[in-house]
Design a binder for this molecule. Structure first.
Ligand code: FES
Length: 235
């Protein structure tokens, strides 16, 4: 099996493709496949030319931190949740891996996703303090809990932004993860609804063309369309 990886030594250098030979079972995740290539000190490419270890990020290796987000066979995916058996048949074929395109490259497959968090800070799109609700409010909020719980699972991995045809660099349109956070904040802090609705209108509703490809690639299967339906009313 061939593994073709788009590499880049530093933020200022040119990117280039490098191909490796790898022989791993189908049950291997792409995260473990990269580890397998990186395992020895004397790494060589498919031609036998010595090369360096592949830079990439991971933490949990079980699909909960989002740090291993990358593009695998042209599909934005988590490396630890994507398996070789689903990418090549009988161990034959080529797997292509490249970093997310909507963020600055740090090194190889490592990108700088700090713009996601800076934008959430800039728009105050976070729950500021816990204020216990009254009994009546609690009963009403119960209906919202399933949606809220699902939405709160967002990893901020950036896969929804990678696939979005409208998200460019996070300067104005902030993508599906922002829309979901708007829903989360306004449903937990109803007194902020008007302000959040305004931010949603400016940074999401005005730019979304509703391709909804973000929902196809979301590793947590967040129902963005349901968040949009609720937020559109407020906006
Ligand atoms: S390493 Fe945490 S999601 Fe893949």
């Amino acid at each position: 099996m061939k593994v073709k990886i788009l590499r880049q030594v530093s933020p200022f250098s040119e990117s280039y493709w490098e191909t490796f030979d790898a022989d791993v079972p189908g049950e291997t995740s792409v995260a473990a496949l990269i580890d397998h290539i990186n395992y020895n000190d004397d790494i060589t490419d498919e031609t036998g030319r010595p090369t360096t270890r592949i830079g990439w990020e991971c933490s949990c290796l079980q699909g909960v931190c989002g740090s291993c987000a990358m593009v695998i066979n042209e599909v934005p995916s988590l490396a630890c949740e994507t398996f070789v058996r689903d990418l090549v048949k009988d161990g034959n074929g080529t797997i292509t891996i490249r970093p997310l395109r909507k963020f600055p490259i740090v090194h190889d497959l490592v990108v700088d996703r700090s713009s996601i968090f800076e934008n959430l800070k800039k728009t105050s799109m976070y729950v500021e303090e816990y204020r216990p609700s009254s009994k009546a409010k609690k009963a009403k909020q119960k209906e919202e809990l399933a949606h809220r719980y699902q939405t709160a699972k967002c990893l901020k991995c950036g896969l929804c932004l990678e696939v979005c045809p409208n998200y460019v660099n996070g300067e104005r349109f902030l993508g599906a993860l922002f829309a979901n956070d708007c829903y989360l904040v306004s449903s937990r802090n109803p007194e902020r609804s008007a302000e959040v609705g305004k931010q949603y209108a400016e940074h999401f509703a005005a730019g979304c063309s509703k391709s909804l490809s973000c929902m196809d690639v979301c590793p947590m299967k967040i129902p963005t369309i349901a968040s949009m339906a609720k937020m559109n009313r407020k906006a």
